[in-house]
Ligand binder design. Structure first.
Ligand SMILES: [Zn+2]
Length: 61
């Protein structure tokens, strides 16, 4: 079960990613794409996501 599937990078989210190369589950992948498109327009969300990345990154990979 741990071979190819990954778990969503979002803290508290335990869903599997949409595919082996994705970082997020379907739900958060959509949110991440929207975040990328909007860029700095959603500064608050961006900062939250960045912090989430760092927090998760220290633990796992
Ligand atoms: Zn997720």
């Amino acid at each position: 079960m741990h071979s190819k599937t990954r778990i969503c990078k979002m803290p508290k989210c335990q869903k599997q990613t949409v595919n082996a190369k994705a970082w997020f589950c379907l739900e958060h992948q959509r949110a991440f794409n929207a975040w990328k498109e909007q860029g700095a327009a959603v500064a608050t969300g961006a900062v939250a996501l960045a912090l989430a990345f760092m927090a998760k990154g220290k633990k796992g990979k």
